[in-house]
Write a protein that binds this ligand. Structure first.
Ligand SMILES: Nc1ncnc2c1ncn2[C@@H]1O[C@H](COP(=O)(O)OP(=O)(O)OP(=O)(O)O)[C@@H](O)[C@H]1O
Length: 227
């Protein structure tokens, strides 16, 4: 695989069994994404956007097809290997920030590094630098309930990127924010894809926000299309 290709999905199929009925959600879906690029995925409710993110995030397995992330076919890994792979190479951003409320912004961002075995002093240095990257150097000691919604989401983004994942998956990351703050988060994503060479896959309902990213793809009838 080309060094710059971070994600390559081939012939992905995902079905759910609902009683006697088989629901085919993804049907022979293909996707390729290079380092440092941002992809918006748009589609109607129930079209399979979250299903695709779960597969990319190694949180679920397809019925058929391969998902190569940085040259590893993650569908061939067992659960433990998938969890290790996920911790090393994939970052997640959700609609709701999922920060730990009793910890400061700094501690929340340090946590993935501490879990990965980085020393406390190094984790602190890196987390301060990352919070600076997302424009929050003046908020490091604040706890989540002392931050605005946009600031909380910036902390969540800093936490997702602190381990330098090759791929970041975001499910409606600005769903809880007003228009201005939503736009600022997309600007931040565009900044971080360059500074960190990260590939982002962002699910959104908002076509105007999707247009801020490098590519928009529509999910329909289980497949991705550019138009
Ligand atoms: N575990 C499951 N078992 C059965 N059906 C499921 C399961 N998970 C999802 N589905 C169905 O698969 C379809 C796709 O769901 P998914 O959450 O991927 O859609 P989505 O595009 O993210 O929708 P939304 O925009 O509403 O969040 C839906 O019809 C959903 O009901």
């Amino acid at each position: 695989m080309n060094n710059h290709v971070v994600v390559k999905c081939e012939h992905l199929t995902k079905s759910y069994q609902d009683g006697d009925v088989q629901l085919d959600i993804l049907n022979d879906l293909n996707l390729e994404l290079e380092a440092g690029t941002t992809l918006a995925i748009v589609g109607s409710s129930g079209s399979g956007k979250s299903t695709l993110l779960h597969l990319l995030g190694t949180l679920d397995k397809p019925n058929h097809g391969s998902i190569k992330i940085k040259d590893t076919d993650t569908t061939q890994l067992n659960r433990k290997q998938q969890a290790d792979f996920r911790n090393k190479h994939i970052g997640f951003i959700y609609q709701f920030h999922h920060l730990l409320m009793e910890f400061s912004a700094l501690e929340n961002v340090m946590l993935p590094l501490l879990i990965a075995g980085v020393s406390k002093s190094d984790a602190k240095k890196q987390a301060i630098a990352m919070l600076e990257n997302v424009g929050l150097s003046h908020r490091v000691s604040h706890k989540p309930d002392q931050l605005s919604g946009g600031e909380r989401q910036r902390v969540a983004i800093a936490r997702a990127l602190i381990t330098k994942p090759a791929l970041v998956l975001a499910d409606e990351p600005t769903g809880n924010l007003d228009k201005d703050n939503g736009e600022k988060i997309y600007e931040l994503i565009n900044q971080l894809k360059v500074s960190h060479n990260t590939a982002f896959v962002v699910v959104t309902h908002d076509l105007a926000l999707a247009a801020k990213l490098d590519k928009t793809m529509f999910i329909k009838d289980g497949k991705l299309a550019s138009e």
